[in-house]
Structures are given as C-alpha cells and as structure tokens.
Write a protein that binds this ligand. Structure first.
Ligand code: IMP
Ligand code: MG
Length: 202
C-alpha cells in the first residue's frame, strides 16, 4: 500500500522521505558506526528523547544485524523549543537536559538525535557529557537541516558541531514523522513529511 498523508491532513504538505529510503539509509549508518567502533571495547549510544526514539530503535537493531560491538543504551531528555516552532530571529536557546548517565568516565559515546537544526541542543548535551568524563562524544543525527540564513550565533555553533553521522540533509522547513513532532503530533508517521507552518504559527 502506498504511503499516504493521514486523511489528506491540510497541515502537511508532502512526504519528503519514504520508509524504504529510511530503512536503507539507517542500515548504511549502522554499517559506518560498526566499522568505526571496530577497535572499541564497547560503545554507549545516548538517545535524546523524545524525538530520537524511533530513529534509535531502528539504528540499534541495524547495528545488531551487522554484528556490531557491545552497545549500552541510555536515554536523556532535552527540551529546547517548548512545544512550538522556533522563531527566525533567535540567537540563543535555553536547553534543559535531564537524565544524564552518571558512570560514563572513559566511555565512547554516540549521541543519537532526530534532527540538527540550530545546534543549541546537541552542543549543550555534548558539553555536559564531556564534562562528566566521556572519552569521546560523536554525534549521529537522522536529519541535518540546511538553514537558509543562519544568524552569526547559529553559524558559530554549527561550525563547532559537524555531525559524524547524518541520515539526510533536509531543507529549512518544519518536518514531522519518524519521531519528530509539532505540538506532540505526528511522531508515529512512518515517513518524514513537510508541514505547512502557516497552520501552526500563531
Ligand atoms: P536545535 O537546538 O535548534 O538544533 O534544535 C533541535 C531540536 O529542535 C530537535 O531535537 C527537535 O526536537 C527540534 N526541531 C528542530 N527542527 C525541527 C523540525 O523541523 N521538526 C520537529 N522538531 C524539530
Ligand atoms: Mg529533539
């Protein structure tokens, strides 16, 4: 059965990445992670809730299918945007992080997140993990948003935050599905769709 937007929801514009494309790409990313971890005794994957939940679940099983290394899984919670869509003119964001693992001294960590946008969230989490003694923190994002006109602050953050593993680059639009939401909706869509922001911005 072909993928359809839910009941022709007028808030969604079109499907951007279909499930088959997602599956193929996640397997490739797992292959890269397995190859890079060949010399490591073990790996710790730290998923960022809520958005990273679907991606990490697929990635974990793809790593196992490729006879990957011993992996420990952790989940942290980060909230950056509250419940809504960001403004264009922001220069800073408060990031609240909860549930950081305690015993990570000397560990090699891969941070797994749904999307890299302005970069505030991942920069803050990476800083916290390194401060707790992680030996290395790599960044794995399913989507990398290509921001049209980044502010100087965003440009600076993104220059310091080149992700090690990227699923897909996406345009500077609000996307949903595969873990990503608007106001907690659409996380369970099995594809990535572009939202019509005019339906959400007040
Ligand atoms: P950053 O700090 O600007 O990189 O924001 C990253 C976080 O904002 C992600 O973890 C998502 O939770 C959220 N986010 C950014 N862009 C989108 C989007 O297009 N759809 C859904 N969530 C998004
Ligand atoms: Mg998120």
């Amino acid at each position: 059965m072909p993928d359809r937007l839910p009941a022709e929801d007028p808030r969604l514009e079109r499907i951007l990445i279909h499930p088959e494309g997602i599956r193929t790409r996640v397997a490739e990313m797992a292959g890269q992670i397995v190859a890079d971890a060949a010399q490591l005794p073990r790996l710790r994957l730290v998923g960022v809730l809520k958005g990273g939940w679907v991606f990490l679940a697929d990635l974990a099983r793809a790593i196992r299918r490729q006879d990957g290394p011993h992996v420990l899984y952790e989940f942290i919670r980060a909230s950056t945007y509250g419940n809504g869509i960001k403004g264009d003119d922001e220069t800073e964001r408060d990031v609240t992080i909860t549930g950081l693992p305690e015993d990570i001294e000397g560990d090699h960590i891969i941070l797994v997140e749904d999307i890299l946008d302005q970069g505030f969230t991942l920069a803050a989490i990476r800083r916290s993990l390194l401060a707790k003694g992680a030996a290395s923190v790599r960044v794995c994002v399913f989507l990398d948003k290509q921001i049209d006109s980044p502010s100087p602050a965003v440009r600076a953050i993104r220059a310091q935050l080149i992700p090690d593993y990227v699923g897909f680059q996406v345009p500077d639009r609000w996307v949903v599905g595969y873990g990503l939401d608007i106001d907690e909706e659409f996380r369970d869509l099995p594809y990535i769709a572009i939202a019509r922001e005019e339906h959400f911005c007040s």
